[in-house]
Design a protein around this ligand. Structure first.
Ligand SMILES: *[C@@H]1O[C@H](CO)[C@@H](O)[C@H](O)[C@H]1NC(C)=O
Ligand SMILES: *[C@@H]1O[C@H](CO)[C@@H](O)[C@H](O)[C@H]1NC(C)=O
Ligand SMILES: *[C@@H]1O[C@H](CO)[C@@H](O)[C@H](O)[C@H]1NC(C)=O
Ligand SMILES: *[C@@H]1O[C@H](CO)[C@@H](O)[C@H](O)[C@H]1NC(C)=O
Ligand SMILES: *[C@@H]1O[C@H](CO)[C@@H](O)[C@H](O)[C@H]1NC(C)=O
Length: 363
């Protein structure tokens, strides 16, 4: 595994790092690594995307625990959102429209009549600037920045967005998302769309991994995955992960797997609280996720099918799980959901903290 990952890094370095000619300026798409001990995370500024996370397992063997591609060109033409930052509004907005303060906004639909993850050219499909990059010291860090223009994919107002990733303490990854509305009120809902498989990106599926989700309620959806507006208890449903369960324990009760927003317990906004804990008994890897976001979309990569990924490995349905902390989907059309509107001059903030470990005894 060590040799493979070293070889892969080399392949990345030679395969990436080419130039894309943008409309206004020539911008470079590259690969960046931040590393602390043998914990390494690699990124591309295409979509402010995480392309690899290398971690030891219980025997100290290193492995890459996120799905992705060998070449950045594959990220430019994907429909999976592997590792990317999605926005301006993550998740779905029903009918690709909303009314804000008397003005009706029509967005660019990309999933039937609805809009998903900010539209056909959302934040996951643009070149971000590398604003800061420090791969040294106690807290190696990279910060990406993107200026979203007024009317982009139909959204109102200019928006300055930054996403920072840093490695802190012992195997902790902190994600800091900020977006300042410059001149008009706008909905903002950013999400980090990494596909995790703690057993290794090429280990098969996540059905035997155990997950605990700290959300006693969820937002039910219609047949197009648009929230009905109700908030229901997970009690007695396959969505109840208040106690740890294997991901696959009740998945067959759902049409194709999990793709649902949880209302996270505890107050959103001020401090980090636990969203989820995932444990893979085979590798011994554990991941704890904390956030200040109101909700979390739990997605078991239901639509992956014959997706050719890193090292030629072909990903199938349930090859990974996504823990996309965010506001509730379609909030702009549900006054009873926490508001996602950022008024002009104000800044949206969203934090995630991933803690990785290999706890010794686990039963
Ligand atoms: C990872 O780091 C630890 C602590 O520095 C070290 O003991 C271990 O040998 C390293 N593992 C690998 C595979 O490099
Ligand atoms: C982009 O993806 C589509 C299908 O999703 C495929 O038909 C097309 O060949 C791809 N283009 C490139 C340049 O890889
Ligand atoms: C709605 O419009 C009024 C009048 O233009 C303005 O004072 C108010 O701040 C606006 N509300 C938002 C959320 O921007
Ligand atoms: C917004 O971003 C642009 C481009 O990075 C920058 O020139 C401008 O100063 C920023 N504006 C504010 C108010 O931060
Ligand atoms: C994890 O594996 C150990 C043996 O390696 C076993 O004793 C334990 O029951 C397993 N736990 C779960 C939750 O599968």
């Amino acid at each position: 595994m060590v040799k493979i990952s070293v070889l892969l890094s080399f392949v990345f370095l030679i395969a990436f790092g080419f130039v894309v000619h943008g409309s206004s300026a020539t911008k470079e798409v590259g690969v960046y690594e931040i590393k602390k001990g043998n914990f390494s995370v690699k990124f591309t500024n295409w979509g402010a995307t995480i392309i690899s996370v290398i971690l030891p397992d219980k025997n100290g063997k290193l492995g890459d625990v996120v799905l992705g591609y060998d070449s950045v060109k594959d990220y430019m033409n994907d429909s999976t959102y592997f590792g990317a930052i999605v926005g301006r509004v993550a998740n779905r907005i029903g009918g690709a429209q909303f009314t804000l303060n008397g003005t009706h906004y029509k967005l660019v639909a990309n999933e039937g009549k609805n809009i998903l993850h900010g539209g056909p050219r959302g934040f996951s499909d643009v070149i971000w600037k590398v604003k800061k990059y420090k791969n040294k010291g106690d807290a190696p860090k990279i910060v990406f920045a993107y200026h979203s223009f007024d009317g982009e994919e139909g959204f109102p107002g200019d928006l300055n967005v930054t996403v920072g990733y840093s490695l802190i303490g012992d195997k902790k990854l902190r994600v800091t998302m900020k977006a300042k509305a410059l001149n008009k009120p706008t909905p903002v809902n950013l999400a980090q769309h990494t596909y995790w498989n703690l057993g290794g990106h090429n280990s098969g599926n996540i059905l035997s991994e155990e997950i605990q989700i700290f959300g006693s309620h969820y937002t039910p959806v219609d047949s197009e995955l648009i929230p009905t507006g109700k908030i229901e208890s997970v009690k007695g449903t396959p969505y109840d992960f208040l106690e740890p369960h294997k991901v696959g324990s009740r998945i067959s009760k759902l049409p194709s797997g999990y793709d649902i927003n949880y209302v996270l317990d505890g107050a959103a906004g001020n401090k980090l609280r636990r969203a989820a804990i995932v444990h893979d008994n085979m590798s011994g890897r554990m991941m704890e996720l904390l956030t200040d976001a109101p909700g979390m979309q739990f997605y078991t990569s239901n639509s992956l099918k014959n997706e050719k990924g890193k090292g030629g490995f072909v990903y199938q349905s349930h090859a990974a799980l996504c823990l996309e902390t965010q506001a509730f989907p379609d909030s702009v059309n549900h006054p009873n959901f926490p508001s996602t509107i950022v008024t002009a001059g104000k800044t949206y903030k969203h934090h995630m903290l991933f803690k990785f470990s290999t706890p010794a005894p686990y039963s």
